[in-house]
Design a binder for this molecule. Structure first.
Ligand SMILES: Cc1cc2nc3c(=O)[nH]c(=O)nc-3n(C[C@H](O)[C@H](O)[C@H](O)COP(=O)(O)O)c2cc1C
Length: 244
């Protein structure tokens, strides 16, 4: 038998990813009807007179984006109110006009954000973000989380981050039962994209607050589900944002 090379292995895993992707191809599940509530009428484009204002905003946005870096070292110490403010801006509904800062397939908001506070003064271990009130609620599982300082090591599977100095982890969990009823096989794809939008907003909000962060795929799914005490098979962990 021929020896398996690194190339063979790479091809094997790439084919696996392609097969996985093809499962969301809109082959089996029907396209859902367009019945999203509260869709606003299309805004008129900015008039020419606003061009200078738009350019100033682009400059500000470019400056902000050029500040964004994945940082893996501890920056400023964070607090629960600071983390709440950042997530409220990134993923909370605007209480004044009801608008949302990120897009959501079918407006279902099927991705929820948990906060694991590893080393945040006066914080308990686990919170769930309520996007309507833009506040964290303490989770029942918090009291059973075990030693808080060890949670980074328990969850992280990436050598680029020091699990002992991580202050907090935002964890994005999708409810596929909710999204799947509308989008069937594509709900997984949409959930991933939605989590990406949320994580991008969050990384920018943290940047503005001077808090370095790192998007993390390297997290142990099963440890997350155990820690958050999620036992419904249709709820899945997708993505994390670490605050080193
Ligand atoms: C989907 C995704 C998963 C990632 N997972 C990890 C991770 O597990 N560990 C880590 O240290 N960085 C992770 N990163 C961060 C990238 O390594 C980082 O963005 C890249 O090195 C480029 O650096 P920059 O963000 O400063 O431009 C991830 C980024 C993305 C988009």
């Amino acid at each position: 038998m021929e020896k398996t090379t690194e190339d063979d292995l790479a091809r094997y895993y790439i084919q696996g990813a392609l097969d996985f992707h093809s499962l969301s191809g809109y082959g089996n599940f029907p396209e859902p009807p367009f019945n999203i509530g509260g869709v606003p009428s299309v805004d008129l484009l900015r008039s020419v007179g606003d061009q200078a204002a738009a350019e100033a905003e682009y400059r500000a946005l470019r400056a902000l984006l050029s500040e964004r870096r994945t940082r893996r070292r501890r920056g400023r110490r964070v607090s629960l109110p600071l983390l709440t403010s950042c997530l409220a801006v990134a993923a909370g509904r605007n209480e004044e006009d009801g608008s949302w800062p990120y897009p959501s397939a079918g407006n279902l908001r099927a991705v929820k954000v948990f906060l694991v506070a590893v080393d945040v003064p006066e914080a308990e271990a686990i919170y769930l973000f309520d996007p309507i009130r833009a506040e964290f609620d303490l989770c029942d599982s918090a009291s059973k989380a075990g030693e808080q300082a060890a949670l980074g090591k328990r969850l992280l599977r990436t050598s680029a981050l020091d699990p002992h100095t991580v202050q907090a982890l935002f964890l994005m969990v999708a409810d596929l039962a909710k999204a799947g009823l509308r989008y069937g096989e594509r709900s997984y794809r949409y959930a991933l994209l939605e989590a990406g939008h949320m994580a991008q907003n969050l990384s920018l909000a943290l940047s503005v607050a001077g808090v370095p962060c790192c998007p993390v795929g390297g997290i142990d799914d099963q440890e997350v589900m155990d820690l958050l005490e999620i036992d419904e098979s249709a709820r899945i962990f997708l993505y994390g944002v670490a605050v080193p």
